[in-house]
Design a protein around this ligand. Structure first.
Ligand SMILES: [Zn+2]
Length: 290
């Protein structure tokens, strides 16, 4: 008998609205310091500005729920598989403790939040990775949750949007983590074969196995200003090819210039851009001022 790779949580799907989940957000301090320009700002004001620095325009990370809230009509988000948590398939020492620590720190059960929502009335499937949980690494649960929401979108003929933010494979799950690259790609291929839209929204930082699988195969690939996107780290590549790399190497702007991205979107335009793309590809009328 195969070992179960993950705990499936309760059998019944639990739907949680964004409004409910907001109460579970980790209470943060009153002030936040911009990691780039070091300006100190009120956390509340920064949050209202979608965590974009008022001073230098640096895009700070957004939690998964905050991101979903920003791109969905109020009260429309229905979360899938919230209770699913990782087992320790390789009996990796200390893995369970690390998972539990991140669970209490973030109030998430895993590094991805999935579900369906509506944006200006268009229904879509969504998966948002949260880099606070195990650096957004891709374990068996991340792969399974992403596959489930994609398969649901294929069945229901819904467009799918995925926000990636990941350090890549999860070392504690070894080959089972790497297997998620193939597994998610198969689900995306079925979704694509059904003629449905997949928007990959690559956020800072997206590296390793995630950049080498589902993050790079969107029908439309978007990113945020100055996001780090790459497979291996700069030092590893420089040492391997024995050459110095350009300064802007592995930034969203560099990838845009080299044809790997379709657009770098400022976070204030994220909602309008997605709304327009969803409408265009689901045959609805696009408002001229959108
Ligand atoms: Zn700043």
């Amino acid at each position: 008998m195969f070992k179960d790779f993950f705990n499936r949580g309760s059998k019944k799907k639990k739907y949680v609205t964004v409004q409910d989940s907001k109460q579970n957000d980790v209470p943060s301090g009153i002030m936040t310091k911009c990691p780039k320009c070091k300006k100190i700002m009120y956390t509340k004001e920064l949050s209202e500005n979608l965590n974009v620095c008022f001073n230098c325009d640096h895009h700070l990370s957004l939690t998964a729920y905050k991101r979903i809230e920003a791109i969905s009509d109020e009260g429309t988000f229905k979360e899938f598989d919230k209770g699913m948590t990782s087992a320790n398939p390789l009996d990796f020492p200390g893995y369970e403790e690390k998972i539990q620590k991140d669970q209490s720190k973030t109030d998430l059960n895993e590094a991805v939040v999935t579900g369906t929502a509506e944006l200006d009335g268009t229904k879509y499937g969504v998966a948002v990775m949260d880099s606070r949980f195990r650096m957004g690494s891709m374990g068996s649960v991340v792969g399974e949750k992403i596959c489930r929401i994609i398969d649901y979108c294929t069945e229901q003929r819904l467009p799918f949007i995925l926000f990636s933010a990941s350090g890549g494979a999860r070392m504690q799950e070894g080959i089972i983590s790497l297997m998620q690259m193939g597994k998610t790609s198969v689900s995306l291929k079925r979704h694509s074969d059904a003629g449905l839209l997949y928007i990959s929204y690559i956020t800072h930082p997206t590296t390793g196995g995630v950049s080498a699988s589902f993050a790079s195969v969107g029908d439309i690939n978007l990113s945020e200003p100055r996001a780090l996107i790459g497979f291996a780290g700069r030092r590893v590549i420089e040492q391997t090819i024995n050459e110095k790399l350009p300064d802007d190497f592995q930034t969203a702007e560099f990838l845009l210039e080299h044809g790997q991205l379709d657009k770098v979107v400022h976070r204030k335009d994220m909602r309008a851009t997605l709304s327009q793309l969803l409408k265009m590809h689901t045959g609805q009328e696009v408002k001229k001022d959108a």
